[in-house]
Design a binder for this molecule. Structure first.
Ligand code: NVA
Length: 208
C-alpha cells in the first residue's frame, strides 16, 4: 500500500480480493474473480447507453451463470433494466445473487429456456461456456450448454434492433454463431473499447 496509489487484482478467488481490500490502505479494484466481473459490466452498461440512449432496456443473458452473469444481473438491475437469464439448472448464478434479486420484484426473470429469456430483449449478452480455470470441465460443459447459443433463431424473438454484447474472447459456433458475431461486431468492439474509458473513470473516482 505504501508503494502504490491503488491495485487492480484479477484472480480466481473472491476472498483474495476481499482480503487485500481488508488489509490494504489503498483502493483495491476487482479486475475479475470467479464470483464477479464488475469492471466489465461498467463497459457493457456504457455501450448499451451509447447505442440505445437509455438503460431502461430488457437485458437478456444466455449461458453460464458465472462471474459475468452475476455482475450483469447486479449492474443492470441497479440501473433499472429488466433482466432475464437463461441458464441450465446446474449452472445458475451464485446463491448470493439469487438472494440479491429479491430486492427487485418484477425486474428479474430466470429460466432454463433461452427463447423465453430472449423474448422482447433489447440487448442479449453471453459469455464462454468454459471460463478460465475450468478447462478440465470443457467436454461436460459443451454438452450442458449445447442449446444455449446466441444465434439467428434466438435473435428472431428479440426486439428489432436488439444489440449483442460479448465480453470476449468469443468462441464462435459455441456460445455465439459467427453470423451473429459478425453482424454485431461493431457493438462488441465498442464494448471492448469502453473497457478503457470505464476503467479510466474507475481510476478517477477511486485514485484521484
Ligand atoms: N467468464 C469468463 C470471463 C472472461 C472475461 C472467465 O472468467 O474466463
Amino acid at each position: 500500500s505504501r508503494y502504490l496509489d491503488g491495485i487492480m487484482i484479477r484472480t480466481f478467488r473472491q476472498s483474495d480480493v476481499e482480503e487485500l481490500a481488508q488489509y490494504g490502505s489503498i483502493p483495491i479494484i476487482n479486475g475479475l474473480t470467479d464470483f464477479c466481473h464488475p469492471c466489465q459490466v461498467l463497459a457493457d452498461l456504457q455501450t448499451v447507453r451509447e447505442h440505445k440512449g437509455t438503460l431502461n432496456v430488457n437485458m437478456c443473458y444466455i449461458g453460464d451463470g458465472n462471474n459475468m452473469a452475476n455482475s450483469l444481473i447486479v449492474g443492470f438491475l441497479k440501473v433499472g433494466a429488466h433482466v432475464s437469464i437463461a441458464c441450465p439448472e446446474a449452472y445458475q448464478p451464485d446463491a448470493q445473487i439469487l438472494e440479491f434479486v429479491k430486492q427487485y420484484p418484477g425486474q428479474f426473470f430466470i429460466t432454463d429456456k433461452p427463447l423465453e429469456a430472449a423474448k422482447d430483449a433489447d440487448v442479449i449478452l453471453t459469455d464462454v461456456w468454459t471460463s478460465m480455470g475450468q478447462e478440465e470441465e470443457r467436454i461436460a460443459r459443451e454438452k450442458a450448454f449445447a442449446g444455449y447459443q446466441v444465434n439467428a433463431e434466438l435473435l428472431s424473438v428479440a426486439h428489432e434492433g436488439c444489440m449483442v454484447q460479448h465480453c470476449l474472447p468469443a468462441h464462435r459456433e459455441e456460445e455465439i454463431t459467427t453470423e451473429v458475431f459478425e453482424a454485431h461486431a461493431n457493438e462488441i468492439f465498442d464494448e471492448a473499447e469502453n473497457r478503457m474509458h470505464t476503467i479510466k473513470a474507475v481510476m478517477a473516482a477511486t485514485l484521484a
